[in-house]
Write a protein that binds this ligand. Structure first.
Ligand SMILES: Nc1ncnc2c1ncn2[C@@H]1O[C@H](COP(=O)(O)OP(=O)(O)O)[C@@H](O)[C@H]1O
Ligand SMILES: [Mg+2]
Length: 351
């Protein structure tokens, strides 16, 4: 795998409309530390653009350095993440815990959302608690329990590993024998070999019901009152759509939009992507939701070839509007307006 690098695409960003925020005069402008994410489609450059367009002082914050704590002293707000690799997640989660919970800095994503990012365990558990239509999932960290689980499952099932993305580590398990083998490997001394060379699936299993579906993974993106989204098609002969680069842009199903809005309201994140498959039984099933995700283009929704967003009003009704925004910038506006400013409103606590 090639070593990914920081990309600076600042010179290509101005096709998007600027997003401006009404800064309340009684709230001091914060010093913002921008954490850089690696890869070809960075978020950090859009975060910088938003801050610059709104005259919010910001500099790059090298959170990976040994003196990250000293460096943090100059910031009131920390924005960004590094990558979805497990070692980066381990690092940023404990650092965001300290920054937000101990040092009381405002963080976007929040520490809570950093924990949720790339954490299919947490997604499944929260879905059970909040009654989200998440695909029925069975997680066990005990070998005996895992074996007893599979006696009651209908095959095929889907097995996943945590963390993972782009459909890597998502497998169809066709028979109880295959499942038993997987359990034996996962609970062995060295764990089960996976596609990531430096990691193993060790002492857990993550099984799901297999949902026969129309061959698409629908991504619905919610940020404030805006909704974007598109379809990803599973290649011929495969049931997995994410990471296969077969995107289709067209209007989103009303029910999928409503499911995503509901999840968004429960998960306290300025930005959320909710991925669903449309079962052949007519129901939508969530296979994943995430407060952080890569966006390769400005266009996150197109209806009849026009770039735009569905925008909700106070009556929970929505209409399509033509627009061109970096969704990352909309997310920062949402963060400041509905997560940061309320911290300064005396006597008023945000939900
Ligand atoms: N339980 C399931 N039944 C049917 N298809 C599934 C199921 N879970 C995932 N998929 C398909 O596999 C793809 C990858 O699964 P997902 O959980 O989204 O993992 P990743 O984090 O790698 O994107 C999805 O895009 C979807 O097409
Ligand atoms: Mg996915």
């Amino acid at each position: 795998m090639p070593i990914e690098k920081y990309t600076n695409d600042r010179s290509n960003l101005d096709e998007a409309q600027r997003i401006l925020i009404d800064w309340p005069p009684e709230i001091k402008m914060p010093n913002v530390g921008i954490v850089q994410d690696i890869g070809a489609f960075p978020s950090w450059t859009k975060h910088v653009r938003f801050c610059e367009n709104n005259s919010i002082p910001c500099v790059v914050y090298s959170i990976r350095d040994h003196d990250w704590l000293e460096k943090a002293e100059e910031f009131d707000v920390i924005i960004g993440f590094t990558s979805c690799s497990s070692y980066d997640l381990d690092e940023i989660r404990y650092k965001y815990f300290i920054l937000e919970t101990v040092l009381k800095k405002a963080c976007y994503p929040s520490f809570q959302n950093m924990l949720l990012y790339e954490n299919k365990f947490l997604e499944a558990e929260l879905s059970r608690i909040y009654n989200f239509p998440y695909i029925t999932t069975y997680v066990s960290f005990d070998k005996k329990d895992a074996h007893s689980l599979i006696t009651n499952l209908e095959f095929p099932i889907v097995s996943k590993i945590v963390p993972s993305s782009g459909s890597l580590g998502v497998e169809l398990i066709r028979t109880p024998e295959e499942a038993k083998k997987l359990i034996r490997q996962a609970f062995s001394q060295n764990g089960r070999k996976i596609h990531i060379v430096y990691a193993r699936q060790k002492n857990y299993i993550y099984f799901q019901e297999y949902i026969p579906n129309d061959g698409y993974d629908i991504r619905v993106i919610v940020v404030g009152n805006f909704v974007f989204g598109f379809y990803r098609k599973a290649p011929k002969g495969d049931f997995r759509a994410s990471g296969m680069h077969l995107e289709e842009m067209r209007s989103l199903p009303d029910e999928a939009i409503k499911i995503a809005r509901n999840v968004y309201k429960k998960i306290n994140s300025p930005l959320l992507a909710v991925d669903m498959v449309h079962g052949l039984d007519g129901n939508f099933y969530i296979n994943e939701f995430s407060p952080i995700f890569e966006m390769s283009t400005l266009n996150q929704l197109k209806v009849d070839g026009v770039s735009g967003a569905y925008v909700f009003d106070k009556n929970e009704e929505y209409q399509f509007f033509e627009c061109k925004y970096w969704v990352h910038e909309l997310a920062l506006k949402e963060f400041f307006q509905n997560h940061y400013f309320p911290k300064f409103t005396i006597g008023e606590k945000k939900e």
